[in-house]
Design a protein around this ligand. Structure first.
Ligand code: FE2
Length: 449
């Protein structure tokens, strides 16, 4: 069996020097969310068809897309690697991929942890476990899976910036904003193209309500993250959130019609960001014209997937906002089937995704009391169906607006108080609080009279 080593000294089977160079390029593209890592890794496989880790990298790229159809591609890479000569580490990667194919995220994460315990310099295992922690909403692991291996790396190692970028995001999701920003900026100094580190610092500014800093951070560095990046739409979405916080709706719509939606992307993660932005506008009562129709058309073929509860919720937003009751019903039916299975998504859907989708449907039907009843008990557990704090804030906003529309003013005041304490610079938060306080005072004044 032909054995060489990768750029971090890990033995790899079945690869020529050329194929290893291509593998490293694909891994770097994956770490920076730049270029086309699938095309690059396919070139490596064409050069060295017995290169096990190249098949694994390709499998992971598809397995992490949260799309049903992508799993077929992940499976074909798994099957191509399964018949090859493999080392113990490579067999563990195949075991992790098998768990992804079974839809068992927790067991895949454990398998990846096992790899990292023995091979802390396995950059691919770390990249994949980090994204898995994101999809399962595990803030502590987003931080600590990286911390476990950091001392085994040197700043001179290729890809060290990516560890810092991941660590920055983990620190941010754990609320350690000062360190998150410091570490994220260090990653960017090492590699300005690191779109994940860019994004980690963007999250810090979002959570701290530093809208002007955030706009400067994104606009000032656009040349590094906005071109040739498969993560660019999400980063544009973050820029739009700062403008939304400042009530700059025209800017938000310009970003939506421009970089966020101009290519009419059908990629799941892009649809998700589009829904997440339009729904925030919808909650404010903004007229978004025909934008929902275009988006709902793209979501419609995916309504019956029942594949990942976090996606279902964002499809539901589009269907309710565009008045598509049948498609909304199809999501709930697909979820019922998903809940009967034993994939990780069964738990996510049962505990979080299904009640959230019912809450969104209730909101869409102007049944705000039901929406409040469904969302309120879930608030502190929403992380279980994945995403970031910034993404999941949409459900807090939905609860707040539903409470307002249902006339539950004391609840609105309390929810708004929470938000103002965390982000006093948000005019929206202040408005909710002041509006509720004013109306409550009017009612009590009227009662006294
Ligand atoms: Fe984000």
């Amino acid at each position: 069996m032909m054995t060489s080593v990768d750029a971090r000294g890990e033995p790899v089977s079945g690869a020529s020097d050329t194929a290893i160079t291509l593998y490293e390029k694909a891994l770097a593209q994956f770490q920076c969310y730049q270029g086309d890592p699938v095309a690059t890794i396919e070139s490596a496989i064409a050069d060295s068809p017995a290169f096990v880790m190249a098949h694994c990298l390709r499998a992971y790229l598809f397995a992490l897309a949260t799309e049903v159809e992508a799993m077929t591609e992940a499976r074909s890479s798994f099957e191509a690697a399964e018949v090859l000569n493999t080392s113990a580490r490579e067999r563990r990667h195949l075991a992790a991929i098998a768990e992804f194919l079974n839809g068992n995220w927790e067991r895949a994460i454990t398998a990846l942890e096992d790899i990292l315990i023995d091979s802390p310099r396995d950059a691919l295992a770390l990249q994949v476990v980090h994204l898995s922690d994101f999809y399962t909403g595990d803030a502590r692991s987003l931080r600590d899976h990286v911390a476990r291996v950091l001392p085994e790396w040197s700043p001179d190692d290729p890809g060290y910036h990516a560890l810092l970028g991941m660590y920055a995001f983990g620190l941010e999701e754990c609320g350690d904003y000062g360190r998150a920003e410091e570490v994220g900026r260090r990653a960017i100094e090492l590699n300005p193209q690191d779109a994940w580190a860019q994004h980690a610092v963007a999250h810090v500014m979002e959570m701290q309500g530093r809208q002007a800093d955030g706009i400067d951070w994104m606009r000032g560095r656009e040349r590094y993250w906005a071109d040739d990046s498969f993560f660019a739409i999400h980063n544009w979405w973050h820029l739009a959130l700062y403008h939304l916080d400042l009530d700059q709706i025209d800017e938000v719509l310009a970003l939506y019609d421009g970089p966020i939606r101009k290519d009419r992307s059908q990629v799941m993660l892009d649809l998700l960001d589009a829904s997440a932005l339009l729904w925030r506008l919808h909650l404010r009562g903004a007229d978004v014209g025909g934008r929902w129709k275009e988006l709902a058309d793209c979501w419609e073929p995916l309504a019956e997937d029942g594949f990942y509860a976090f996606n279902d919720a964002h499809a539901m937003m589009a269907f309710m906002a565009d008045g598509r009751d049948k498609a909304a019903e199809a999501i709930l039916t697909a979820q019922s089937k998903a809940m009967a299975g034993n994939a990780s998504n069964a738990m996510m859907t049962n505990q979080i995704g299904h009640p959230v989708c019912n809450a969104l449907r209730a909101f869409g039907r102007d049944d705000y009391a039901t929406c409040v009843d469904l969302l309120r008990p879930l608030r502190s557990r929403l992380n279980r169906f994945g995403g970031s704090h910034a993404q999941r804030d949409i459900f807090d906003l939905t609860l707040l607006e539903a409470a307002k529309r249902d006339g539950q003013l004391a609840l609105v005041r309390e929810l708004a108080n929470e938000r103002v304490e965390l982000k006093p610079s948000s005019p929206l938060n202040q408005r909710y609080r002041e509006d509720a306080a004013r109306r409550l005072a009017e009612i009590s004044g009227a009662a006294v009279v």
